[in-house]
Design a protein around this ligand. Sequence first.
Ligand code: SAH
Length: 347
Amino acid sequence: MKQWIDKLRQERTLRPEEFRQLLTGCDADSLRIINEQAREVSLRHFGNRIYIRGLIEISNCCRNNCYYCGIRKGNPHVARYRLSPESILDCCKQGYALGFRTFVLQGGEDPALTDDRIETIVAAIRWHYPDCAITLSIGEKSKESYQKFKEAGADRYLLRHETANEEHYRYLHPENLSLTNRKQCLYDLKDLGYQIGAGFMVGAPGQTMEHLAEDLVFLKELNPHMVGIGPFIPHHDTKFAEEPAGSVDLTLFLLSVIRIMLPQVLLPATTALGTLDPRGREKGFQSGANVVMPNLSPVKNRKQYELYDNKICTGEEAAECRGCLSRRVESVGYEIVTDRGDSPMMA
Ligand code: SAH
């Protein structure tokens, strides 16, 4: 076990079989060791700074039917909403006043959010907040669409690959979606000059240690600016309702592996991690995470963006969230910074 941690630190990667052995050996002791090493790497590259991004959940309408997701098209029990451009700008205004310099617009693949509409919204945010980064996370689009969004002012794009294994991808998604296309989107985005984020759920139904090893090999090859990972959490209205949630410890272990493998990567401590463990995000920072994405969505819509059950931070106003997070970050010796937090890889 220790030998693989040492090798990972020296060579910044492992062979698939070595990754598998490393992950299989995740126990309390090895978690402590790898967390320490990852903290060292973070400290060297980022000091004790944690970047914040304001998350605006712009629509819960979706044309896809990803089997794990609470807002998939086939769920008839979702009260659907779509924020107006005015409402999105209002979220940015509140966020800006609270020190946010990155806005993340996330949503389902909503057919009513046409390219024109997205471009208009992005251009408006760009015009009002020239000093802020704009991140999109609205799923799979054509390269032409991504290019238009970029020209309108978008800087970054988050698109988790979900799993790098074909068969596992099939198990989690309906026929019409493909891993090939998902990966192509990531390469297109990178090619267009976006800062990109990939990632996956830890403990997704059907996931094996071999799959996770493949995810790590894929991330190393893709070399994204950001990696979003969080535990899978079942949603009661999906076919995976009875599946167990992912493991917090394995998520923390993987955060550390990724920090060591990609020292400069932006790595969020996710809301899903904070949902499964009340101190999950703090533990995330102590495992090498250096980003947190508090919710800036209008409070009245937050419960409707329910990807999984019991999601936290759905009741508080933005200002309360911001204060709460500062305290959490400081409680483990880190501090929130309010600059754009571009990837050091862009320098
Ligand atoms: N439509 C966009 C945004 C998806 S939601 C897109 O396709 O990229 C953002 C992420 O939430 C997903 O990529 C997925 O990894 C995660 N997610 C969805 N359902 C989840 C669940 N039940 N538990 C944990 N994470 C989930």
